[in-house]
Structure formats: structure tokens, C-alpha cells
Design a protein around this ligand. Structure first.
Ligand SMILES: [Zn+2]
Length: 88
């Protein structure tokens, strides 16, 4: 009985591509991209192309960055078009 022990399947702790709800177009296509070596992150909507560079701290989670992003969007501080080098 029960000779075969099944291993507990562990979820790999990989970083899943997290997407967030866009405050402008309402789609789940916001991505947070951290800039290496800088306390900054680019938040981009893959749908309506809304994007911003957000000042962050290393301890910030993606969701924190996203919160700042939406906050700035709603208070009208966001520039809707920021040129980001090296797209792709
Ligand atoms: Zn959008």
C-alpha cells in the first residue's frame, strides 16, 4: 500500500512575468522592468504604450513600483511618452 511515494511537487521559485492592470486602457499588460545598477524601473503598458520611469528602492517589489506608477498616473504626473532606448 502506498509503496510509491510521490514527491511533493514544488512550485519553482521562478520569477513569473507579472502583469498588472493598466490605469489607462484597463488591460492587464503593465510590466515592471528594473534598470540594473540604478534605482529606477520602467513601467510599461504593452497595450496602449503608456510608460514611465519610476524611482524605486531595491527593496521595492514589482507591485510597489506599480502602485507608484498608478499613483502618478492618477495625479497627472506621468509623461505619457518617454523615450526608452533599446526597445525590444
Ligand atoms: Zn494601457
Amino acid at each position: 500500500m502506498g509503496r510509491r511515494r510521490r514527491k511533493v511537487i514544488r512550485m519553482p521559485k521562478k520569477k513569473l512575468p507579472k502583469v498588472f492592470l493598466c490605469p489607462r486602457c484597463g488591460r492587464e499588460s503593465i510590466r515592471v522592468e528594473r534598470l540594473k545598477g540604478q534605482n529606477k524601473a520602467i513601467v510599461k503598458c504593452g497595450s496602449c504604450r503608456l510608460s514611465a520611469v519610476i524611482d524605486i528602492k531595491p527593496i521595492y517589489e514589482d507591485v510597489d513600483v506599480y502602485c507608484i506608477f498608478t499613483d502618478q498616473y492618477h495625479s497627472g504626473k506621468l509623461l505619457e511618452r518617454i523615450e526608452v532606448g533599446g526597445q525590444g
